[in-house]
Design a protein around this ligand. Structure first.
Ligand code: NA7
Length: 502
């Protein structure tokens, strides 16, 4: 987890509100949730691990009994709105259909995995796993020669652990991740218990920052400071760890090439000092930036660079020699080098933000497929509704502020959806459908905001640039969470502005 405790947990107020709406009968469960979540739950580390996160969500489920309201092991394949009945018909892969008045898609921003198109993968005699399909029983890496393709957040975290467990790790790197030190530390229960009186304020503070964390950009240009002041400020951010160097830095770092280069140079200097092997130093932290600093999501690490410096581990620079093919015993690059491997991990990411939604065949009231519409350019209203799709809402995907802390963004969107439905009921509105004009305006505004930053310079999942043949366009709202929240609330305060009502 790269978000510090407790801000990845659920604030009680919102859980209460959503639960009361969705599962009205379970009032006592909500009270139990309050006890469990805010009064008793404590994290063991500043950045909780996978198993602890799962335990937390299991406990949330035990308290709220969400499970009782969920149908498992079904894949939604298609959905269409019927104007006569004003209901959505949702088809699942078992041949059944369900009807609903409101259709809420929480399909995840990284649910459609991306497999690299590398010839010969079926001939490889070893084991291959995509990082997102990691066996629940774990994978024994001891004494194994492990190859990892991909150095995004997943690849980096996996590599630094695999280096400690395996005989050797070979990293196939296309673009270096400009990683930041996590500065993980243990947390004690008493300190957390004492801090709980401040949690409500902490949760509120998240929603006032650009990225939904507790830190925000410094309201000052990098050029307003002397080199000494700048160095001291960067050092402070660096020592604090986490994403501070990214989203707690000068406001113009993500807007101005000159400001950005200064941040990159600091990062490269700090990182290169941790890599003992000269050749690896130039691949993992080159002096020339691979792309502007922070325009692609950085990853938090503990000892990634120290581990990879060890002689048994290799870093293959795919910029100078791309992968040619899998062989029976490993991977061969285009310069003829062969790497013998027992296990290959594909940490190659996802068709993010749009892939999960488009996996469902959604048809508008006019018979248009959303997949056909979006092939000409993604459009949405507020990053949560689609014209021609009355009463459909989606969460943390295309056009949302999805580069932010997930729970903060989802809390804003989830609360807004609940407020919208409550207001519809109160005012006797049966359906809301954003107008094509409102959708066009939102989309143009979002593109305009993104183009004022350095984000479009870099191919990444923020713009669809990580998927071969995917249209490259701004897919994220970069106006910041507070502005996003204000705009969403304004729509309701102005009587469902931008929506056609029936
Ligand atoms: P990412 O961040 O999309 O990273 C995928 C990595 O895989 C990235 O380094 C890619 O290189 C690399 N990649 C993808 N295809 C290939 C091929 N064909 N050959 C070599 N390398 C390849 O996915 P993650 O799972 O790490 O993280 C996704 C998000 O989930 C993360 O940001 C968090 O928000 C949670 P590239 O950089 O494109 O050159």
């Amino acid at each position: 987890m790269d978000t510090p405790a407790p801000i990845y947990s659920l604030p009680f107020e919102k859980a209460w509100k959503v639960s009361l709406y969705l599962i009205k009968k379970q009032r006592s469960s909500c009270e139990a949730f309050s006890d469990m979540s805010l009064q008793n739950w404590c994290w063991s580390e500043r950045y909780p691990g996978h198993h602890e996160m799962r335990d937390y969500f299991d406990n949330v489920d035990k308290a709220l009994n969400v499970r009782e309201n969920v149908v498992f092991n079904k894949r939604v394949i298609a959905a269409q709105f019927d104007q006569q009945t004003m209901l959505w018909t949702v088809q699942t892969d078992d041949g059944k259909t369900s009807l609903c008045k409101f259709f809420l898609l929480a399909t995840g921003f990284t649910s459609k995995r991306l497999y690299p198109n590398i010839p010969g993968i079926d001939k490889f005699q070893g084991i291959v796993h995509h990082s997102s399909l990691w066996p629940k029983t774990g994978v024994d890496l001891s004494d194994k020669r492990v190859g990892v393709i991909g150095t995004g957040a997943t690849g980096v975290q996996l590599i630094q652990e695999a280096c400690k467990q395996s005989a050797s790790v070979t990293v196939f790197q296309r673009t270096p991740n400009l990683c930041l030190p996590m500065r993980q530390r243990k947390l004690d229960a008493q300190t957390q218990q004492d801090a709980k009186k401040d949690y409500e304020a902490i949760y509120q503070q998240r929603l006032t920052t650009f990225g939904g964390y507790l830190d925000d950009f410094r309201d000052r240009s990098i050029f307003d400071d002397t080199p000494e002041e700048r160095e001291a400020f960067f050092e402070e951010l660096w020592q604090a760890g986490g994403f501070k160097f990214w989203i707690g830095s000068y406001r113009d770092v993500l807007m101005d090439e000159g400001a950005n280069k200064l941040a990159y140079d600091f990062w490269a200097r700090k990182t290169r000092a941790r890599i003992s092997d000269e050749a690896k130093k130039n691949i993992l932290a080159p002096l020339v930036p691979p792309h502007p600093w922070g325009t692609k999501r950085p990853c938090l690490e503990h000892d990634y660079y120290e581990e990879l410096s060890k002689p048994q581990h290799r870093v293959v620079d795919l910029q100078s020699a791309p992968i040619e093919k899998f062989t029976e015993v490993g991977i061969q690059t285009q310069n003829g080098e062969e790497y013998d491997l027992d296990i290959v991990v594909l940490a190659t990411g996802f068709d993010a933000l749009t892939g999960g939604l488009l996996d469902i065949d959604i048809t508008t009231v006019d018979g248009e497929k959303i997949s056909d519409r979006w092939a000409k350019g993604v459009r949405s209203y507020l990053g949560t509704t689609l014209s021609g799709c009355p009463n459909l809402f989606y969460l943390f995907a295309a056009h949302a502020p999805a580069a932010s802390n997930g729970p903060s963004c989802i809390e804003i969107q989830g609360s807004w959806i609940v407020d919208t439905i409550v207001k519809m009921r109160a005012e006797g509105v049966r359906s809301i459908d954003p107008s094509p004009e409102a959708e066009k305006k939102w989309t143009e505004e979002l593109i305009d905001i993104c183009q004022k930053t350095l984000i479009p310079t870099t191919p990444s999942w923020y713009t669809g640039g990580n998927v071969p043949d995917k249209r490259v366009e701004p897919l994220i709202y970069f106006g910041g969470l507070p502005t996003y929240r204000e705009k969403c609330n304004q729509v309701l305060n102005r009587g469902f502005e931008g929506f056609n009502l029936s």
